[in-house]
Design a protein around this ligand. Structure first.
Ligand code: SAM
Length: 306
């Protein structure tokens, strides 16, 4: 039965039978592959194709439109970094907004911060939320925190209705800029994010790979330099199952109390009360926080020229 299952998805390669290969125009000429044990779910939502499979070495894998969003083995790196880089950079974050992030992993990480009083999330695709709750309970556990308020809808529209200065931090955990997330990489979206932040508030957005997408990154950095008058920084980390094995984050602050992203002022490793329900942090610590802003020369040249 398992062998039959493997051949039913268009994303299972005929070159490597029984393997998932991630093929996309966003990374032409290469395709990372994982061996499939069993396909657990395949559906089509109003926005995208949703698939979950059991891999042989990375646990369960969530795939949207043929692109890996997370695996059980390495999701900690992405979720912890995209969350704690911004939240550990400001004192006492209280109101946090997550755009995208339907799997709940960022919520799980935000809820480790005891100062936080309100966690809003706006995810466009209800199927992602349902599938995460069914297949990824250790990720979707983020929804169980009573501070979380879920809004199902487009993040762009949601932000337009947010009163000015509402949030201490906005985290944009989006998919790639092909499909429903396209607008989340464009200038008007960053303008609405800046408006929604308090003075000295921070944003952290998923910002692709320095090996594959310097053109996209250059464009985002240029826009952010015009919009965010506090600081504009690029950080990156390793996630083995993302294309090229790395992912970047754009970290910006609005005009107001200065934010020095490279030197976290609100270290989470000091307080371990959050580990009782969520388990210990697996990836993030204060050293890796500061180190993530060190860039290879080729990327530094482009990013610092903006
Ligand atoms: N948290 C994940 C991880 O560990 O890598 C990965 C990304 S998450 C699943 C990306 C989410 O952004 C998807 O669920 C997608 O539906 C959502 N999304 C895309 N465009 C959106 C939009 N315009 N508004 C809100 N959510 C959006």
């Amino acid at each position: 039965e398992e062998a039959n299952n493997n051949n039913e998805s268009p994303y299972i390669s005929s070159v490597l039978p029984g393997w998932f290969s991630e093929i996309s125009p966003l990374w032409p000429g290469e395709a990372h592959s994982l061996k499939v044990e069993k396909i657990l779910f395949q559906g089509k939502s109003d926005y995208q194709n949703v698939m979950v499979f059991q891999s042989s070495t990375y646990g369960k894998v969530l795939v949207l439109d043929g692109v890996i969003q997370l695996t059980e083995r390495d999701e900690c790196a992405y979720q912890e970094m995209i969350t704690h880089l911004p939240l550990c950079s400001i004192p006492n974050p209280k109101k946090v907004l997550v755009i995208g992030g339907g799997d709940g992993g960022v919520l799980r990480e935000v809820s480790r911060h005891s100062s936080v009083e309100q966690i809003d999330i706006c995810e466009i695709d209800k199927m992602v939320i349902d599938v995460a709750k069914q297949f990824f309970p250790n990720v979707a556990i983020g929804y169980e925190d009573p501070r979380v308020k879920l809004h199902v809808g487009d993040g762009v529209a949601f932000l337009k209705n947010v009163p000015e200065g509402t949030y201490d931090a906005v985290i944009v955990d989006s998919s790639d800029p092909i499909g429903p997330a396209q607008e989340l990489f464009e200038k008007p979206f960053f303008e609405t994010v800046a408006r929604a932040l308090r003075p000295g508030g921070v944003v952290c957005t998923q910002a692709e790979s320095i090996w594959l997408h310097m053109d996209i990154i250059e464009h985002i950095v240029a826009n952010c330099c015009q919009i965010f008058k506090g600081s504009v920084n690029y950080a990156w980390t390793t996630v083995p199952t993302y294309p090229s094995g790395v992912i970047g984050f754009m970290l910006c602050s609005t005009e107001g109390p200065a934010v020095d992203f490279k030197n976290p002022t609100n270290p989470i490793d000091a307080d371990d009360s959050h580990t009782k329900t969520r388990g210990p942090l697996k990836f993030y610590n204060s050293e890796i926080h500061s180190a993530s802003f060190c860039l290879p020369s080729f990327a530094k040249r482009v990013i610092e020229s903006k």
